[in-house]
Design a protein around this ligand. Structure first.
Ligand code: FES
Ligand SMILES: [Fe+2]
Length: 457
């Protein structure tokens, strides 16, 4: 097929207005350079990333729906640093971030991943206390301190924190520009899918023997689907995927769902995968009259009826948004897969000491619908019996190196692949990746990373 190289590949909705969420962004020419593979394993590169990237860039800490009540908190670790994200009031902006460290002797103040305090945090070493607004509230045996020692008023140290579409961002750089400027069009992408109305129903943190960027790279393209995830071919357009690159290293791919890959041999019958997709929206596959090309429009129409029936307000979404997978890359380390029914927030979290390890942090969110007839679709891959009411925040499930993350077949396949790729990246014979335009998001991401590492950002 003609790949439309000049335009950066396929366009899924040629009729989309310039301002529409599914509009194809103008092609960004990121060149053809090969990157030095040392970035995937060298310790000095990792040190530069800490100094020039992580300590200056906005990153996603978590979601605000995890902390609905005043005093609810979660902790967010970024390499060796840790933050407490706590709700201090009812408003959307009443989410504060503090460095998670005790001002007395440097103990990590809070150890829990998610929790609630009445009004203060207490250090486990000598019981100093801080209010959730950061003010020092209690010093044990204060009379035993010479007064000038406590003169520095060691309140908790704030980290810049912002909430966008229910997602909590932090930035260690006090002079960082507003997060909305950094995100650009991604803000509207998130709000259009009503992400702020979704709740976390599953959270799996699994450790993989690879660099965090080896993880990002693998999730930023559909080029590998035919080889690694052949089971997706009956229902996913891989080479038909629309890729979009935006300012500040942001990017997006829209993967058409409900049509066979052009690589799939059977282009004429309603294959089992398509039958499954029809069934997922309550359509009877056996009586479906049409070709594979008719399936996506049928899915979109069925979803519009679901929206009307349950009052979901999906009227603002295009057909492409209703049926396809919108995977948005939020620079530097997130892929946010958004659908009307729910979302997959995937964070590629670097290891604090080892450039060849990262945590794949997968947070599954669903839109809660207060109607017993509404069902979260099976394709979201939630285990049988998952509580989708949003009433209780599930604990994080931890998986160690080499353990399958148990996030469904596709992700288990990726977890097996990535450590093998990581090994190859270190070979003397490997001179850096040769990216095609199906991999344009990788080039866009790495070029932006270079701008940080080289001090241009
Ligand atoms: S280290 Fe926290 S109270 Fe002493
Ligand atoms: Fe994959």
């Amino acid at each position: 097929m003609d790949y439309n190289l000049d335009q950066g590949g396929p366009t899924l909705n040629p009729d989309a207005a310039d301002t529409a969420v599914d509009h194809k962004a103008p092609y960004v020419d990121n060149g053809t350079e090969r990157k030095d593979p040392a970035r995937y394993y060298a310790r000095d590169y990792m040190a530069k990333e800490w100094e020039r990237l992580w300590s200056r860039v906005w990153t996603i800490a978590g979601v605000a729906s995890d902390i609905p009540e005043v005093g609810d908190f979660f902790t967010y670790d970024l390499l060796h640093e840790s933050f407490i994200i706590v709700r201090t009031g009812p408003g959307p902006a009443d989410v504060k971030g503090w460095y998670n460290v005790c001002g007395h002797r440097g103990n990590r103040l809070v150890q829990a991943e998610v929790g609630h305090v009445e009004d203060r945090f207490t250090c486990g070493f000598h019981s100093w206390q801080w209010k959730i607004d950061g003010a020092l509230a209690h010093v044990t045996d204060a009379e035993s301190f010479r007064p000038e020692v406590l003169d520095c008023a060691p309140d908790l140290v704030p980290v810049k924190t912002a909430v966008v579409a229910g997602v909590v961002f932090v930035n260690m750089d006090d002079d960082a520009r507003p997060v909305e400027d950094f995100l650009g069009p991604v803000v509207e992408h998130m709000t259009s899918f009503q992400v702020e109305k979704m709740n976390v129903v599953r959270h799996v943190r699994s450790e993989w023997a690879a660099n965090w960027k080896t993880g990002v790279d693998a999730f930023y393209e559909t080029y590998h689907l035919h080889a690694v995830h052949p089971q997706t071919q009956p229902i996913m357009g891989d080479i038909n995927c629309q890729y979009d690159c935006y300012p500040n290293g942001m990017s997006r791919m829209i993967v058409p769902i409900g049509q066979p890959s052009p690589h799939f041999p059977d282009q004429t019958s309603i294959n089992e995968g398509l039958q499954y997709m029809l069934g997922s929206v309550g359509l009877d596959a056996a009586s479906f009259k049409g070709t594979p090309a008719d399936v996506r429009p049928a899915l979109a129409a069925a979803k519009r009826r679901i929206s009307d029936k349950f009052g979901l307000g999906w009227d603002n979404l295009s057909d492409v948004q209703l049926t396809d997978s919108f995977a948005t890359g939020i620079f530097p380390n997130v892929q946010f897969g958004m659908h009307p029914e729910g979302a997959f927030l995937m964070k590629f979290m670097p290891h604090p000491d080892d450039p060849q390890r990262f945590w794949y942090d997968t947070i599954t969110l669903v839109r809660h619908v207060d109607d017993p007839h509404f069902r979260v679709p099976d394709w979201m891959g939630l285990p049988e019996g998952t509580d989708c009411s949003g009433r209780e925040r599930p604990d994080i499930e931890h998986k160690g190196i080499g353990e399958p993350p148990e996030l469904g077949l596709v992700l288990d396949q990726d977890s097996e692949l990535l450590p093998v790729v990581q090994k190859g990246l270190r070979s003397k014979a490997f001179k850096g990746p040769l990216w095609c335009e199906q991999e344009q998001r990788l080039r866009h991401f790495h070029n932006e990373l270079d701008r940080y590492i080289e001090g241009e950002k």
